[in-house]
Design a protein around this ligand. Structure first.
Ligand code: HEM
Length: 303
């Protein structure tokens, strides 16, 4: 395969794996940002990547800017301030320094690779947040609705998610990682009320002709905000569970404006879904292209 300067991290688009781990890392005291980027670049080498694991690495925008100023989209910023809607509804800011997303066919493999990766990185960074995810009834999220219907096709997903060739950060992507806990009040709603909140039918995900203004799909309409590529996954236990929102975009603003819209900050009503699901984390990462990340690696070339 030819690797152009803008070859994206393939895991962004690798659909269909059954087990996922999202690890958010923070630099150890005194560790250098450039060393962490090098350490993560080295993880792509065979000695720590085994068993067909998809591996996506991202960095806090300001950390990435420090080590790769010429490969950073202008104006990129972390999730540093909570978003507060006009009624006080709050989306917390829980930015970390780096993200490792590992996905594979079963959790044992993901677990082993994740542990090896963290042990390799231990002198540089520690994992301070971890969420494991698994698919629910094919493509549904834990609201019971099909999630991803309006995602761009695989070909269009590259355009939605990747910084275009020639621009600063080409082949990279901005990801919003936001963990949402679902409220059991959702399950108590009749299906009709759930459909009004989502703006689509529950069984087969048909958009409602008269979707309410506060429905989730009205508040995140990609015709208004621009296309993004979502890789949301369910997480949790029987008692506490929800949705890991994982959204990739060529432009951070598409994601940040969708959040503002959901919180009711754009002069439109607050998203009905936010009355039944609560975000407990929020962070943005820059996911550089493969060649740009690999240029930081220090492991010996195996070829
Ligand atoms: C608890 C959290 C969330 C759940 C359960 C959820 C679920 C869903 C579902 C079921 C749909 C309809 C089917 C589809 O097109 O995928 C949808 C649409 C969508 N969601 Fe979410 N979502 C959540 C959070 C978010 C967040 C935080 C964002 C943006 C930052 C977002 C962006 C979108 C977009 C762009 C669409 C498609 C809108 C369109 O029709 O153009 N979602 N979501």
């Amino acid at each position: 395969m030819s690797v152009s300067l803008s070859t994206p991290q393939p895991g962004i688009f690798a659909l269909g794996t059954a087990s996922h781990a999202y690890l958010e890392l923070d630099l150890q005291d005194g560790a250098r940002a450039a060393d962490l980027v090098a350490g993560i670049a080295d993880l792509r080498e065979p000695r720590t990547t085994i068993g067909g694991i998809n591996f996506v690495a991202g960095f806090r925008p300001e950390l990435w800017l420090e080590v790769a100023p010429h490969d950073t989209p202008p104006g990129l910023h972390g999730f540093d301030e909570p978003l507060v809607g006009p009624d006080g509804y709050t989306m917390p800011a829980t930015q970390h320094d780096a993200l490792l997303w590992l996905a594979g066919s079963s959790y044992d493999v993901v677990f082993d690779v994740a542990r090896a990766a963290l042990s390799h990185l231990a002198p540089l960074a520690r994992a301070t947040n971890e969420v494991s995810c698994w698919p629910y009834r094919h493509h549904r999220d834990l609201t019971g609705f099909i999630d991803g219907t309006e995602n761009p096709s695989v070909a269009e997903a590259q355009i939605a998610a990747l910084i275009p060739p020639g621009a600063s950060g080409a082949g990279g992507s901005v990801v919003l990682l936001q963990q949402w806990i679902h409220d059991t009040a959702w399950d108590a709603l009749p299906v009709h009320a759930q459909e009004q909140a989502m703006g689509r039918t529950k069984e087969d995900s048909v958009e409602l002709d008269d979707r309410p203004e506060d429905s989730h799909v009205a508040r995140t309409d990609q015709e208004e905000f621009g296309d993004i590529f979502r890789r949301n996954m369910p997480f949790g236990t029987v008692i506490e569970h929800g949705t890991m929102f994982v959204g990739f975009s060529a432009e951070q603003q598409r994601l940040s404006r969708m959040l503002e819209s959901m919180a009711g900050m754009l002069g439109t009503p607050r998203d009905a879904l936010t009355r039944y699901a609560k975000p407990v984390t929020g962070s943005y990462y820059f996911v550089p292209s493969v060649p740009v990340l690999e240029a930081f690696g220090t492991a010996e070339d195996e070829d």
